[in-house]
Design a binder for this molecule. Structure first.
Ligand code: FAD
Length: 392
């Protein structure tokens, strides 16, 4: 069994798989180690990904279920409006299939993927890193060597902590269940402090007649999901859904340190997640491109055996830091709005200015333009000033 590679990647989510594909395309020997028995198994995700992501990163699009141009918005009191964007801006994907497609693309480029392999330790050594995996079915631990390692482990931060790398400081919690729901025809977003404190809830149509119901919240995900289910799903207790709801942490904010010598963190492990919505696939792929290009350059460089990937930390922050920080600021404001404030914002949206702003500045992945435009909008600024007063 081969034990020495150019790069070892822990975690076969979208970020790790895309880095693997790009590095293999550049001619490097890459091994991806995934603890789950299968890539893409039981992924907790609403599966909304921008159209730009598919085009920009040449992702196979078999997982695309439908495009999104219209979104229903529901206020805390149940007022509903449909927003239509000038063009389709995102798509609903079968996320498990999306991950499997990405794995196939990485393998086609020459990367090797081993599933059922928990990475237990990554230790810096003179010429790179030594990687140890948990025992296989025969009771044997795996030992590998590589010149560089990528930790793309999502919200599992044990390895990052062991190596003294930073972890994202903030957390939200996501909760989701997929059920029969033929009445959900449009992706729908629900606002309300009782159903998603500091966050929002959603219903996303998936296969014909089915939908994912989910939410992200700053606190009490179980309590929030119960209220959400009572209001919009005909209750949870009597529906037998209790055990099917999956809960998962979502990283909020960038890790302070994402590189140590020849090891980097990537994707949600590094906090490369939209701080507004909690979506992490597209930022993970942007950073995977950056990681692959920095690692490629260093592996080809003539700095001897020792590799320093510090440039990666600087390069990804240049692209994302402002988006992530402005998103955090916007979320802070959002989390302070009462239901009355949200109803006022709905009224403003229905009566004047906000819809054209979203049509002009809205971008599914890049939110700073819209946030800045919102803050400059007089009627919304009035509501926010009210929030400021309430807190001062
Ligand atoms: C309810 C919910 C809804 C969401 N909806 C969306 C959405 O609509 N759109 C969107 O863009 N994002 C969404 N997200 C976020 C998105 O799922 C993540 O940001 C994204 O999966 C991060 O990709 P990643 O590759 O960085 O990590 P992950 O996809 O989490 O992959 C990490 C992989 O590493 C493996 N791993 C962990 N530790 C080890 C180890 N020690 N050894 C080996 N393998 C290991 C894990 O098993 C996993 O397969 C949602 C999240 C939640 C919770």
């Amino acid at each position: 069994m081969k034990q020495s590679y150019d790069v070892i990647i822990a975690g076969a989510g979208p970020s790790g798989l895309h880095a693997a594909r790009r590095l293999a395309e550049k001619g490097h020997e890459v091994l991806v180690l995934e603890k789950k028995a299968e890539v893409g198994r039981s992924v907790n995700c609403a599966g909304i990904i921008s159209r730009e992501t598919f085009e920009r990163f040449t992702i196979p699009d078999d997982s695309r279920q439908r495009d999104i141009q219209d979104v229903r918005l529901v206020s805390p009191s149940g007022v509903s409006m449909v927003y239509r964007h000038p063009r389709p801006f995102a798509c609903i994907v079968d996320r498990e299939r999306f991950d499997r497609d990405m794995a196939r693309a990485a393998e086609a480029a020459g990367a090797e993927i081993r599933t059922g392999c928990l990475v237990e330790d990554v230790v810096p050594v003179e010429s790179g890193v030594s990687v140890k995996t948990g025992m296989d079915e025969g009771g044997e631990a795996g030992h590998f060597r590589a010149r560089a390692a990528v930790l793309a482990t999502g919200v599992h931060w044990d390895l990052s902590r062991k190596l003294g790398l930073g972890v994202p400081r903030g957390r939200l919690v996501g909760a989701q269940v997929e059920i029969e729901a033929p009445e959900i025809e449009l992706p729908t977003m629900f606002a309300g402090t009782d159903i998603a404190a500091g966050g929002f809830a959603w219903a996303v149509p998936t296969a014909p007649g089915r939908a994912k119901f989910g939410l992200i919240t700053e606190s009490d995900p179980r309590g929030c999901f119960h209220v959400f289910a009572d209001k919009h799903l005909g209750g949870l207790a009597g529906s037998g859904l209790n055990g099917d709801v999956q809960y998962k942490i979502i990283a909020q904010g960038p890790a302070l340190r994402t590189c140590s010598g020849a090891v980097i963190t990537l994707g949600e492990a590094a906090g490369q997640v939209k701080t507004t919505t909690g979506g992490g696939v597209s930022y993970g792929l942007h950073c995977a491109e950056i990681a692959a290009s920095v690692i490629d350059e260093r592996l080809r460089g003539d700095g001897g055996d020792k590799i320093d990937l510090q440039e990666y930390d600087r390069a990804w922050r240049k692209v994302l830091q402002r988006e992530i920080q402005l998103g955090l600021f916007a979320r802070k404001i959002w989390s302070r709005l009462s239901d009355t404030h949200i109803e006022s914002a709905f009224r403003v949206a229905q009566e004047d200015g906000l819809i054209p702003l979203v049509q002009d500045h809205g971008d599914f992945d890049w939110h700073s333009g819209l946030i800045t435009a919102f803050l400059r909008q007089a009627s919304l600024a009035k509501i926010l000033a009210g929030v400021g007063k309430a807190f001062s």
